[in-house]
Design a protein around this ligand. Structure first.
Ligand code: CIR
Length: 257
């Protein structure tokens, strides 16, 4: 069960964040408002939310998910593949040391961003992407195995992070864009296909009985509701402009296997 979340307020320098989206610059005031809506939804889902203050030194620091992998047995601080994001781990590391007894780290030459890591029970799928390399994935698998957890890799094409295209929703349900539906490792799941014109909604966020879904993707929302969840729509247009989705905006503490 998810019990807590950590978020970080967007900074004004957000407008200079990394992007491939071609959707224009985010509007800072609207981003702040949307971020507040996201926090309120997490609280509505029963999570205790820690809110970290904005940090102007790191334009992408609102996407706090990428800085750590939280497992029920340890936290693992990443080494982001994007050089401009490396320093984001300093503060997160301090915060997580107050929550977790066991804190591990990914180090050079390994790079890894946790948007590339998808937790399915005690197994962690790791996307090999422009941001996460094989060395980083190998380090993560070795760390996981120390805690009786497992990991395996999936090579990505055409998506920034693994979870840009696929999200595990618990109860064996996997929300996925077309690119991943033939992935051998995913054949054991009940795949909820996300239509091509709603591909952004593949990054939806399962929190206990709820799933947060980006606003404006009605087919995906309906499919998620039909699968037995309560889909909660959240407006995140300003974060989409920076290739960010719902999962990217928080780190979630999961307490039991
Ligand atoms: C970046 O390119 O790093 C940010 N603009 C977006 C990060 C999105 N994070 C995620 O998918 N976990």
């Amino acid at each position: 069960m998810f019990t807590k979340a950590i978020v970080k307020r967007p900074c004004k320098n957000l407008v200079n964040g990394l992007t491939t989206a071609n959707l224009g610059k985010p509007d800072y005031d609207l981003a702040l408002k949307q971020h507040q809506g996201y926090i309120e939804a997490l609280i509505e889902c029963g999570l205790e939310v820690t809110i970290l203050e904005a940090d102007e030194d790191y334009p992408d620091s609102v996407f706090v998910e990428d800085t750590a992998i939280l497992t029920p047995r340890c936290a693992i601080i990443t080494n982001p593949g994007a050089p401009s994001r490396r320093g984001e781990i300093i503060e997160i590391s301090k915060v997580l040391k107050n929550i977790y007894q066991n804190v591990e780290t990914i180090t050079e030459p390994g790079t890894l961003e946790a948007g590339d890591v998808m937790m399915v029970g005690n197994h962690f799928y790791i996307g090999i992407s422009k941001r996460t390399n094989q060395a980083g994935a190998n380090q993560l698998i070795n760390i996981l195995e120390k805690y009786d957890l497992t990991g395996s890799t999936i090579t990505l094409e055409n998506v920034l992070h693994l979870k840009s295209g696929v999200s595990y929703l618990d109860n064996n349900n996997l929300l996925s864009i077309k690119n991943f539906i033939n992935e051998p490792e995913f054949q054991k799941y009940n795949i909820i296909l996300v239509d091509e014109d709603e591909s952004y909604a593949a990054n939806s966020l399962w929190i206990n009985d709820n799933v947060l879904v980006p606003e404006g993707f009605p087919k995906t929302k309906e499919n998620i509701n039909n699968a037995g969840y309560t889909a909660i729509e959240i407006d995140v247009t300003e974060f989409r402009k920076l290739d960010g989705g719902l999962s990217c905006l928080s780190l979630r503490v999961y307490n039991q296997l």
